[in-house]
Each structure stands twice: as structure tokens, then as C-alpha cells.
Design a protein around this ligand. Structure first.
Ligand code: COA
Length: 259
């Protein structure tokens, strides 16, 4: 499948989705948003894909936010229509397998929100994060007011949302917005290394682990713990659990089948 605004490749069980509008700092226009959803649909059931990595083309931007040009003439009613139906941030968050944002430059507004929708954020030191919507007379609308405080706490999230300040990779890492901070030259290799090591595990267990952690953010503790127990028992019923335990006892590497 080919895309107008994305490059998608799959190597060693890792799919990389590259937003490819470097001259517009990879801003999210309608085509990019629809194509990311289509790409995830195409990857979801592929048994040769264990992890999805998102990144931006060029050296300057991961994603510099929503395409501001699309805002100029839009009425609130039209904006409501745009925001109904499948939304890219929720589709990324709901993708059943592990996702990693490989942040190589500006991750602003919707770009920061797309990174927030991923499971893990790896960033280069030169990356820049922010929710600058306030400067446009707006608020974050791609999950920033909800996912950011859950990830880094309300005070830190509000500082970014209310000031519109842009912080560098080091500060984003200190805030807890970035999980792994690496030198620019190492971003690609370190991220892909991590992605491959995750993708080598059982697909069943990876998806159940992700679902269990998602429950931690939604449910009260007692419900979350009950949910974890059920997912653990589901994992227990998998071929991969039998293979993983047998491989350990036989002192060999497991051969997972994803069943
Ligand atoms: N939407 C639409 N176009 C954007 C964009 C966005 N979010 N971000 C950058 N672009 C476009 C610019 O308009 C410019 O287009 P042009 O060459 O046709 O004039 C091109 O990308 C390059 O941008 P430029 O500002 O010259 O690049 P820069 O490297 O000097 O600065 C940014 C990069 C990201 C700091 C700056 O572009 C910026 O502040 N973008 C807006 C960020 C934002 O507010 N995002 C939240 C939106 S809700």
C-alpha cells in the first residue's frame, strides 16, 4: 500500500510509520490523519508486525501539530464534524500492539498529543515538546488535556498547556514526558533496537500487557487488579506461554508463534 503523506516499512517485525511532509514540518492535515488510521488498519492483523514506531521525515520535526492552515476558514460546526468519527490520536492509543514515538524534532500540539497516544516516547536531545494551542486562542484537542496530566501530573501539564512553552528533550525527560532520552545520532538505532527487542516477545503477551496497563488508567484499583488477573489467565492459556516456560526450562531461546 502506498500513501501520499506517509512512508511505511516493515523490517524485522517492526513497522515504521514516517510522516512525510518535511517542508510543512510534518503538520497533521486531513490526509495525514486519514492515512495514519488506514496504515494502522493495514498493520493491525499482520502476524509479521510486533511493534509500530512513529517518526517524522527530515531533521527538524516529528510533527509540528495540526495543520494550522486548515483552521483559518472553518466554522465551529465544521470543526465538530472533523472531530467526530475515528480520530487519529484515539486510534493510535487503541492500537492493540506496542507503539513507540521516535521524536526527532518538534513535537508540538497534535504532534505532542500523537506522542502521548503512543506507549513509549524515545526522544533525541534536540527534540522540542509543547502544547502551544493557547497562543492560537485554542486548547489542546487531541487528548493533550487528558493524557498529559495522566502522564506527568496536573501541575506540570497545566504549566505546558497554559504557557504554551516549548521545552527541550532534556526537560521533557525530567518532566516524565519522555521515557528514553538519547543523543541525536543514536535516536534511530536505539529506538529500533528497543522496538526489535519488544517485537521478539510473544504478541499475545505484549497485547495483554498493554491492555492490562490501559486498565490501570481507566479503572479503580480493585477493578484493575481483577482485570489483570483475567488477562494473566488468558496469557496462561496461550501456546506462547507453554513455549516460553518450556524454553526457559530447556535453556534455549523461545520460538513464539503469537498464539
Ligand atoms: N501547520 C501548518 N503549517 C505549518 C505548521 C503547522 N502546524 N508548522 C509549520 N508549518 C509550515 C510553515 O507554515 C512553513 O510553511 P511555508 O514554507 O509554506 O511558509 C513550513 O512549515 C516551515 O515552517 P517554519 O516556521 O519556517 O519552520 P521553522 O523550522 O523555522 O519552525 C516551528 C518550526 C515548528 C517552530 C514553527 O513552524 C511553528 O511554530 N509551527 C507551528 C506550531 C504550532 O503552533 N503547532 C500547534 C498547532 S495547534
Amino acid at each position: 500500500m502506498t500513501y501520499e503523506t506517509l512512508l511505511v516499512d516493515v523490517v524485522e517485525r517492526v513497522a515504521t510509520i514516517t510522516i512525510n511532509r518535511p517542508d510543512k514540518r510534518n503538520a497533521l492535515n486531513a490526509t495525514v490523519r486519514h492515512e495514519i488510521i488506514a496504515a494502522l488498519d493495514a498493520l493491525r492483523d499482520r502476524s509479521d508486525v510486533g511493534v509500530v514506531v512513529f517518526t517524522g521525515a527530515g531533521k527538524k520535526a516529528f510533527i509540528a501539530g495540526a495543520d494550522i492552515g486548515e483552521f483559518a476558514e472553518r466554522t465551529p460546526l465544521e470543526q465538530r464534524e472533523v472531530m467526530q468519527g475515528r480520530r487519529v490520536f484515539d486510534e493510535v492509543a487503541a492500537y492493540p500492539g506496542p507503539t513507540i514515538a521516535m521524536v526527532n524534532g518538534y513535537a508540538l500540539g497534535g504532534g505532542c498529543e500523537l506522542a502521548l497516544a503512543c506507549d513509549i516516547r524515545v526522544a533525541a536531545r534536540s527534540a522540542r515538546f509543547g502544547q502551544p494551542e493557547i497562543r492560537l486562542g485554542l486548547i489542546p484537542g487531541g487528548g493533550g488535556t487528558q493524557r498529559l496530566p495522566r502522564l506527568i501530573g496536573a501541575g506540570r501539564a497545566l504549566r505546558l498547556i497554559l504557557t504554551g512553552d516549548v521545552v527541550d528533550g532534556e526537560e521533557a525527560w525530567r518532566l516524565g514526558l519522555v521515557d528514553v532520552l538519547v543523543d541525536d545520532a543514536e535516536l534511530h538505532n536505539r529506538t529500533l533496537e528497543m522496538a526489535r527487542s519488544i517485537a521478539a516477545h510473544s504478541t499475545v503477551a505484549l497485547r495483554l500487557a498493554k491492555a492490562a496497563v490501559a486498565a490501570a488508567l481507566e479503572a479503580p484499583l480493585s477493578q484493575g487488579l481483577a482485570h489483570e488477573r483475567e488477562l494473566f489467565i488468558t496469557a496462561f492459556g496461550s501456546d506462547d506461554r507453554r513455549e516460553g516456560v518450556a524454553a526457559f526450562l530447556e535453556k534455549r531461546a523461545p520460538r513464539f508463534t503469537g498464539r
